[in-house]
Design a protein around this ligand. Structure first.
Ligand code: CTP
Ligand code: MG
Ligand code: K
Length: 181
């Protein structure tokens, strides 16, 4: 695979895992997942992880995957790359895994004494990637192995934090997010 194909495949395959965070920011709110429960005097997850935000993120990511499948052929033709098609298991696992990775990170943040919204460099940028890749590897192992070659994975790991920082900074400037991370 040439460089363009590797980068295009990486971004395309990860798009259903990228939008859930942003959808959660837009549509989040309501009862927190942890119901206010604490562990060792600190919240289990905190008020930043809600049922509504999680559901919205999952649905938004899966819906984007359906849309990407519909436009895969024409887009691939324009850029001259054979882009991946998402099987149902991957459509569901990419955004759900992203949300679970983010929730897992909040659990770690609370255990390490970080308040809601406190930055956790590295973890904030990669939690959802790790979650999405792990759950997808479990849910759609064949598709995962075909799509995420070592070079594609390398691009995902390098490009994702950059994209994440960029989109969060934009969401912050637009007043959608309280902190730029
Ligand atoms: N959000 C949500 N449900 C989720 C994830 C996010 O409702 N599962 C919403 C919340 O309104 C949250 C916002 O999106 O405040 C930003 O998400 P994030 O930065 O992940 O949460 P933080 O508020 O920074 O909390 P934490 O420190 O636990 O990451
Ligand atoms: Mg945050
Ligand atoms: K986060």
């Amino acid at each position: 695979m040439g460089l363009l194909a590797v980068v295009a495949t990486a971004l395309w395959a990860m798009l259903p895992a990228y939008v859930p965070n942003n959808a959660a920011v837009l549509f989040g709110g309501g009862p927190p997942i942890d119901g206010g429960r604490t562990m060792g005097g600190r919240r289990l997850l905190g008020d930043g992880k809600t049922w509504r935000g999680t559901a919205a993120g999952w649905v938004a990511g899966a819906a984007l995957g359906v849309l990407l499948n519909a436009v895969r052929d024409p887009v691939g033709e324009v850029i001259g790359v054979s882009l991946p098609t998402f099987p149902l298991a991957a459509l569901l696992a990419l955004p759900l895994g992203a949300m679970l990775g983010d929730i897992g990170a909040s659990f770690l943040k609370r255990r390490t004494g970080r308040e809601r919204g406190a930055p956790f460099p590295g973890v904030d940028q990669l939690d959802f990637v790790v979650g999405a890749l792990l759950l997808t590897a479990l849910a759609a192992p064949g598709w995962f192995a075909d799509t995420f070659t070592l070079s594609v994975l390398a691009v995902v790991v390098v490009a994702t934090p950059l994209l994440h920082v960029l989109t969060n900074a934009i969401a912050y400037l637009l007043g959608l997010k309280d902190e730029p991370w």
